[in-house]
Design a protein around this ligand. Structure first.
Ligand SMILES: [Zn+2]
Length: 133
């Protein structure tokens, strides 16, 4: 998606924010009655949301909180996932006592937040800290 497309999508969301909650709910109820399915970009790739859930997304004052509830994760987990681009950080410690910044070999969970959370709770190590190829 180029920057112009992102701007257009943001503008559409901004337009809907000018609507009242009742207008948003009414519009998305009509879509739901028609059997429409919507794809919405999320921190974990595009998500297929039913129109009523999409209405909740549009009305959400805090979209980060919306996604945290949707993915059942904390803000910290979501932030770390986005910051690391889905890569899993090594659980090892450097000689200076800091957490190793290398990636666990093969632990790349691009657009798979739930899998990344599960793997990060289990931990893992880079090749320098005993991780296996
Ligand atoms: Zn390491």
């Amino acid at each position: 998606m180029n920057k112009n497309e992102q701007t257009q999508r943001k503008d559409l969301r901004d337009c809907l924010l000018d609507w009242s909650d009742e207008e948003i709910d009414g519009f998305f109820c009509i879509l739901d009655d028609l059997g429409v399915s919507l794809m919405i970009g999320s921190p974990s790739g595009f998500r297929n949301l039913d129109p009523l859930c999409a209405a909740a997304f549009i009305r959400a004052k805090d979209t980060v909180e919306f996604w945290c509830e949707e993915f059942e994760c904390t803000r910290e987990e979501l932030s770390e996932f986005e910051k690391r681009g889905g890569r899993l950080q090594c659980s090892g410690t450097t000689r200076k006592g800091h957490r190793c910044k290398h990636t666990v070999l093969g632990a790349y969970y691009y657009q798979r937040l739930a899998a990344w959370i599960k793997a990060s709770k289990a931990g893992g190590y880079c090749v320098f800290h005993g991780g296996k190829i």
